[in-house]
Write a protein that binds this ligand. Structure first.
Ligand code: Z5A
Length: 212
């Protein structure tokens, strides 16, 4: 009985191209939720501290090679599966998880890199589903001017354009689009305006029964 009375948290995912400002805005969103008295946990994928994430990190930094793009895709997926239990339990305890990238990056980047769509999607079936996905849309030339672009693998304009096409295909009614070409504060204010208009109200107040 006590469990059913407990307010469920929420799983909020930020998606978008490289340098669209997801990490910056994830922190701002987490601070805003904390200011409203919520318990918040910031999460990101790839989680480079987790064992499979260490492999991904070394690969992206060009320190190691992987035998196939399929192996890379599965490493990204395993990295999420390692956190699936933690995500479920945090949400059931009332925590708001603000997550920087999730399986949508996994699917979009791997399809854009040439892998088979059907095969790519299989690895993530059964992972906890987000309540809401915020898609940060940035023009590739704007993103390319931002700090650090081009240092790691996968950071090239041609791939980014294909990723955006794939990410748009994944977009459904749970997604909200944010214009990420704006300044840091401008992007944050767009988000705040959505909240002030009451659009977010209710979307985050789920009952524990709604957990799958
Ligand atoms: N990948 C994949 O293939 N499969 C998967 O399953 C997953 C990921 C989960 C690494 O991801 C790569 O892995 C990524 C996708 C792929 N490859 N690419 N390309 P990552 O998340 O670890 O990548 P990252 O390099 O740490 O984050 P990011 O996406 O590049 O950046 P961001 O989080 O969107 O942006 P940011 O860190 O907030 O900001 C970037 C810079 O821009 C920084 O200097 C900020 O100060 C600046 N910034 C931010 N916002 C603004 C605004 N509004 N104006 C001006 N400047 C700004």
């Amino acid at each position: 009985f006590q469990k059913t009375m407990m307010k469920r948290g929420a799983f909020i995912v930020l998606e978008g191209l490289d340098r669209s400002g997801k990490t910056t805005q994830a922190k701002k969103l987490a601070d805003w939720l904390k200011s409203r008295g919520e318990t918040v946990h910031l999460m990101r994928f790839p989680d480079r501290d987790e064992p499979f994430g260490k492999v991904i990190d070394a690969y992206l930094k060009k320190e190691i090679e992987l035998a196939s793009p399929q192996a890379l895709h599965l490493a990204f997926s395993l990295n999420r599966w390692q956190k699936a239990g933690e995500i479920r339990s945090l949400i059931s305890l009332g925590t708001y998880i603000v997550c920087d990238r999730y399986c949508y990056s996994g699917v979009a980047y791997s399809i854009a890199s040439g892998l088979d769509e059907k095969w790519v999607k299989c690895a993530d079936i059964g992972l906890p589903q987000p309540d809401i996905v915020l898609r940060f849309d940035v023009d590739t030339d704007v993103a390319a001017q931002r700090g650090g672009f081009g240092d790691e693998r996968l950071e090239c304009n041609e791939l980014q354009k294909k990723v955006l096409i794939e990410m748009k295909k994944l977009t459904d009614e749970r997604w909200k689009i944010v214009n990420a070409n704006d300044s840091m504060e401008g992007v944050h204010n767009q988000r705040r305006k959505q909240e002030e208009m009451g659009k977010m109200e209710g979307e985050y107040s789920y009952d524990i029964e709604k957990m799958s």
